[in-house]
Design a protein around this ligand. Structure first.
Ligand SMILES: C[S@@+](CC[C@H](N)C(=O)[O-])C[C@H]1O[C@@H](n2cnc3c(N)ncnc32)[C@H](O)[C@@H]1O
Length: 252
């Protein structure tokens, strides 16, 4: 399904796109879940759940009562079909309906970069958390630190595309200070994500397709780029790197 709402065009087949994105950092997330003792969560809130990819994963990791919110009703509708036994609500993270001190865990994934007011979002999240609750922002990228070789401009196009959609491509470097400003005692970690030959084969077309869909290149340019990419990848001479940050906060 193609979803274009709240002025963001999520592209064709949004479910597959979110599954694909989440697959890149699965091993890293599992490590984080162990580190934060997710298994002992009792009342967990996921914010910006999208189509429910991470919601399903959280359900497998804990027996907590899960509430998941997204401000986009069409996302919530997909998520409800994808995962059962979760309380899904259409809500804006900047104005949560929950009482103070309702949750002991809050999780979000690939989310803060899309928020127009992350300070407000984090103060709301902190408000609905109990004392000592764990708040984790998983997989917040920083496209400013993207490296690719040979230089074909994919990183620069992604920055342009994200900014056009109202996202912050530099969120990764900011999340520590955003968390601390919300009164959370915070630990920052990073995974240095590089795509191997197989991942490049699977993903490069989709990544350039987003640039094409954002009308930053023409179809003719797209076809030429893909031809060049395929040649490089076949020879294992294509390299892409992006750091992806996670913040783990504790409510004081
Ligand atoms: C890139 S998607 C990530 C979805 C999901 N966390 C995942 O990783 O598959 C970001 C999601 O944040 C939601 N979103 C953006 N701003 C929001 C806000 N202010 N309140 C609630 N949800 C919001 C969007 O509707 C979208 O579903």
């Amino acid at each position: 399904m193609r979803i274009k709402s709240k002025d963001i065009d999520w592209g064709a087949d949004v479910e597959q796109q979110f599954i694909r994105q989440a697959s890149w950092t699965r091993a890293y997330r599992n490590q984080i879940y162990r580190q934060i003792g997710m298994i002992k969560a009792r009342n967990l809130l996921e914010v910006g759940c999208g189509t429910g990819v991470i919601t399903k994963e959280l359900q497998e990791k804990t027996s907590a009562k899960i509430t998941a919110i997204d401000f986009d009703k069409s996302m919530i509708d997909i998520a409800k079909d994808y995962v059962s036994d979760v309380r899904f609500l259409t809500e804006n993270v900047e104005e949560l309906s929950f009482k103070d001190k309702s949750f002991d865990f809050v999780v979000c994934h690939y989310f803060l970069l899309w928020i127009s007011n992350p300070e407000k979002a984090l103060s709301e999240i902190a408000r609905v958390c109990k004392r000592d609750a764990t708040i984790v922002a998983l997989s917040e990228p920083d496209y400013g630190a993207w490296i690719e070789y040979p230089e074909m401009g994919l990183g620069k196009y992604h920055i342009e595309y994200l900014q056009k959609e109202g996202a912050d491509p530099f969120i990764g470097r900011k999340i520590l200070s955003l968390f601390e400003s919300a009164g959370l005692e915070t630990e920052l970690s990073v995974v240095a994500q590089t795509w191997n030959q197989n991942l490049l084969k699977e993903n490069i077309g989709e990544e350039w397709k987003r640039v094409l869909e954002a009308e930053l290149i023409t179809k003719k340019e797209f076809d030429e780029i893909i031809k060049k990419e395929n040649k490089l990848i076949k020879k294992n001479q294509r390299m892409i790197f992006i750091p992806v940050f996670t913040a783990i906060g504790r409510k004081k």
